[in-house]
Ligand binder design. Structure first.
Ligand SMILES: C[S@@+](CC[C@H](N)C(=O)[O-])C[C@H]1O[C@@H](n2cnc3c(N)ncnc32)[C@H](O)[C@@H]1O
Length: 394
């Protein structure tokens, strides 16, 4: 397993037919990675290194994770080397004595004790998204998943409502927190929250967005509102971040008759994309009604570029919503579309804030002076109200 001699080809960008074949097989490395995260490989390596001061051999990994440990069996070594090729593991040495270890990034993002752990969503991808994509053709032909799929993956609304089982609800919430924390922290630094005093996060799950914003902006009073099954996860996070008294957890059903309680800012992260146009507009109207003059609705999603060709993760996400939501009407959207909807609902103008990777925030502003006065006198960390970097205003 020495480095390839210079005469061997380097496997960089696949070209010609290989580009299409690579795309057809892209699920392979993806699935292998999901399985590795689900089995706890990265955490097992971290724990082993802490105890023994070195990475693990393939045989040690096999024993630790309960995999086939027969020396003639290639599966475990193949999985580990594929993860080396994907830059998810490092390897030192060769053959049976080769030691596999985490990359520094793997340690931050793939080990559950880390604040930045994203593995929760990888497990959701392994348990829900991947099996549902097996039936994508059926979804495209009928707008819904077939009964076979529903035998493998329970409907997402049951998970939200806690009807499936409380652990599945908590696991989904932790997955969402890990996946979106970086975007939440970027929003905290890019948007001028100094102009507002109160914020309500609709569909706030485990309150991660409210906590990130309250931690960055001490003047801000936040409420994270979700179905009752999410209250324990939200309360646990508020307590663990030391934000009791500044962040509340509230039970709501955002589709019931009652109006949203008034707040200067309403956020909806990964909410609008869960629904068809009618329900998207209903939620935006409820937000508009609850905001004071000068208030803002901030929708966070993998907002698709207006030309619908660059944000391929956003486009994938939209197909994923088709498989997740039984209505067959859920979709991710462009900023252009959000801009149009926001005017239809009554907002004065909208702006786009890029949040890193495929994530963005579409902000709709209600006409009027900012509720807390320009600048607000609080320590906002950046952005400012007008035209900060990466913002489009319309
Ligand atoms: C895709 S998750 C997004 C979670 C979180 N905002 C984030 O970005 O990480 C959708 C959230 O909407 C919540 N939700 C779904 N239907 C709801 C309803 N009718 N009323 C309130 N919350 C609801 C779910 O419980 C879930 O927490």
């Amino acid at each position: 397993m020495a480095d390839a001699p210079a005469s061997l080809p380097r496997y960089d960008e696949p070209r010609g037919p290989y580009r299409f074949l690579a795309l057809a097989r892209a699920f392979g490395p993806s699935r292998a990675f999901q399985v590795a995260v689900k089995m706890g490989l990265f955490e097992a390596i971290r724990v082993h290194r802490e105890a023994h001061g070195a990475g693990m051999t393939a045989a040690q990994v096999a024993r630790d994770l309960g995999l086939v440990a027969d020396p003639g069996f290639r599966g475990v070594t193949d999985l580990l080397d594929l993860l080396v090729a994907e830059d998810c593991l490092t390897r030192q040495g060769a053959g049976a004595g080769a030691l596999y270890d985490n990359t520094p990034e793997g340690e931050v993002y793939l080990c559950p004790g880390s604040r930045h752990y994203v593995g929760g969503l990888v497990v959701v991808n392994a348990e829900r998204t991947y099996p549902q994509f097996l039936f994508l053709e059926h979804s495209l032909r009928t707008g819904r998943q077939p009964p076979e799929a529903r035998a493998l993956v329970r409907p997402i609304l049951g998970t939200f409502e806690g009807a499936e089982d409380p652990d599945a609800t908590a696991r989904f919430a932790l997955g969402m927190t890990g996946a979106n924390l970086a975007a939440f922290e970027t929003l905290a630094s890019k948007f001028d929250f100094g102009r507002y005093s109160t914020l309500r996060d609709i569909g706030g799950s485990a309150a991660a967005l409210s906590c990130a914003l309250a931690a960055a902006h001490p003047h801000l009073r936040c409420a994270s509102a979700d179905l009752p099954a999410l209250l324990p996860a939200a309360r646990a996070r508020i307590a663990s971040e030391g934000l009791e008294g500044r962040v509340d957890a509230e039970a709501i059903d955002f589709f019931d008759e009652s109006p949203f309680p008034p707040s200067d800012v309403i956020t909806m992260s990964m909410i609008l994309h869960d629904w068809g146009l009618e329900k998207k507009l209903l939620l935006m109207r409820k937000a508009f009604a609850a905001l004071p003059p000068g208030g803002a609705l901030i929708a966070l999603d993998c907002i698709i570029d207006d030309a619908r060709r660059a944000n391929r993760f956003g486009l994938y996400m939209s197909l994923s919503m088709l498989t997740e939501f039984e209505e067959g009407r859920a979709f991710d959207y462009t900023f252009d579309e959000f801009d149009r909807w926001s005017k239809e609902v009554g907002f004065e103008r909208a702006e786009y804030i890029h949040l890193g990777g495929p994530n963005g925030a579409a902000v709709a502003h209600k006409a009027g002076p900012p509720p807390r006065g320009a600048g607000g006198g609080s320590g906002t960390s950046g952005g400012g109200g007008g035209g900060g970097s990466g913002k489009l205003s319309r």
